[in-house]
Design a protein around this ligand. Structure first.
Ligand code: GLU
Length: 450
């Protein structure tokens, strides 16, 4: 816990940690929010009297279940499945499914908690949820992934629905997995409804949904840069990750005249001083999405530097867009980034910066866009997919992209409204946390003891 914690915050956190032991990521996510809210709650005691903090940190429902499946050798396997239905005050539970060996209850509770605030910021009527499994799709055949997804949905279907809970993708869950999950849901329920988002284009998906998180993060960073009269044009950009978010981040940065010089995966990172051109990006998409290979192969193909076992934050860049996973920028890396002249960090991943790293960014007064604001474009377009499903209509690419840009603009505005300090500095962390909180808290107050 940071030394700046007030007595209020410390007491609240002590109780939360005792009640939710061994969930460090959940503690981290809650701590950041309660610190941002500390002063605001003193000024608005109605939320304290209504015990909103105590309620908003308690999931409405947690579902944990067995996922048995049979591998290609005919052997029985078992994983654990989860769905955290965190908050439905402003709409049906909404949030992705993560399939990764690191998944556990604490990780999914942190993600579900963040999702509540993120979804509130999008301006769309979506509550917050998250789910997934410790299943590792890496190295599994398509048939194994299909059998796993079918088994997972055979339990999950009874808890979700287009007006109840609408899952989507996250790490390890992309178009292939959403297809298998959707097919199984439809067989069991005998209904063609918008129960998942991130669907294929010809069976209910939305244009721009694959691009949305990466594009949205670049739009958000652009809004932040605008406040200083700056833009992406001519800037060197560090991106981590190499999956869906990272790929479309590179595409949009290229469109705006910037140059992305890094990408990574859990084994290491590549550094390409000439920049990842649209043509090289096509190769990355083939490598990751079709071949399901490792980023090292990029270095082999283009003869650039590959650094095993490291993250890209030691390289020089004007802007950093972390797009891999939680806690991927620590204090030392934050100091290096800022020391190397980085002026803007915008989070494409969920909680990629540690609390110590965030403190560095804020102390140094650089532009720092927290994930729950900066990466909200993904779930925002999921909300637009739900809207199109309800109308049984499809919007054009231009229409969805325009709405995405408007939503990112509005999220930025909300952050400024709640996060601008007396000296004019915009603390986007406080802005996103308070802005996301108010709408949900007011809805909970209006709905009584919920
Ligand atoms: N997993 C994404 C997120 O972290 C998207 C969720 C969704 O589209 O529901 O926001």
């Amino acid at each position: 816990m940071s030394h700046t914690s007030s007595l209020n915050t410390s007491a609240f956190m002590a109780e939360l940690m005792a009640k939710n032991p061994a969930e460090p990521e959940f503690h981290q996510a809650v701590h950041e929010v309660v610190e941002s809210l500390d002063h605001f709650l003193d000024e608005n005691p109605k939320y304290k009297h209504a015990r909103i903090l105590e309620r908003i940190t308690e999931p409405e429902r947690v579902i944990m279940f067995r996922v048995p499946w049979v591998n290609d050798k005919g052997e029985m396997r078992v994983n654990r499945g989860y769905r955290i239905e965190m908050n439905s005050a402003i709409g049906p539970y909404k949030g992705g499914l993560r399939f990764h060996p690191t998944v556990n209850l604490g990780i999914l509770k942190f993600l579900a908690f963040e999702q509540v605030f993120k979804n509130s910021l999008t301006t769309l009527p979506m509550g917050g949820g998250k789910g997934g499994s410790d299943f590792d799709p890496k190295g599994k055949s398509d048939n194994e992934v299909m059998r796993f997804c079918q088994s997972f949905m055979t339990e999950l279907y009874r808890h979700i629905g287009p007006n109840t809970d609408v899952p989507a993708g996250d790490i390890g869950v992309g178009g292939r997995e959403i297809g298998f999950l959707y097919g199984q849901y439809k067989r069991i329920v005998n209904e063609f409804t918008g129960v998942l988002t991130g669907k294929g284009l010809n069976w209910g998906g939305s244009l721009i949904r694959p691009e949305a998180t990466g594009y949205g993060n670049v739009y958000f960073a652009q809004e932040m840069l605008n406040t200083l009269g700056e833009s992406f044009n001519g800037k060197t950009v560090l991106v981590s990750g190499s999956g869906n978010v990272a790929q479309f981040t590179v595409e949009k940065v290229n469109d705006l005249g910037g140059k992305v010089v890094t990408l990574s995966d859990s084994s290491g990172y590549i550094y390409d001083p000439d920049g990842i051109s649209p043509e090289k990006l096509k190769y990355v998409m083939f490598l990751k999405n079709n071949k399901r290979g490792r980023i090292k192969e990029y270095a082999d193909k283009y003869g650039v530097k590959y650094v095993e076992g490291q993250r890209p934050w030691g390289e020089k860049g004007d802007i950093a867009l972390p797009s891999a996973t939680q806690n991927e920028i620590n204090e030392t890396e934050a100091i290096t980034l800022v020391g190397n002249g980085c002026k803007c960090v915008s989070e494409g991943a969920n909680m990629p910066s540690t609390p110590e790293a965030i403190e560095i960014f804020i102390d140094k007064g650089i532009l720092f866009g927290p994930g729950k604001a900066a990466n909200a474009g993904g779930v925002a377009v999921s909300g637009l997919e739900m809207a199109q499903n309800s109308m049984r209509l499809n919007w054009t690419r231009e229409e969805v992209d325009k709405r995405l840009q408007l939503i990112m603009h509005s999220i930025h505005k909300t952050c400024c409204q709640y996060g601008t300090k007396d000296n004019g500095f915009i603390n986007y962390v406080d802005g996103a946390n308070i802005g996301g909180f108010v709408k949900v808290a007011d809805a909970m107050m209006a709905q009584g003891a919920v």
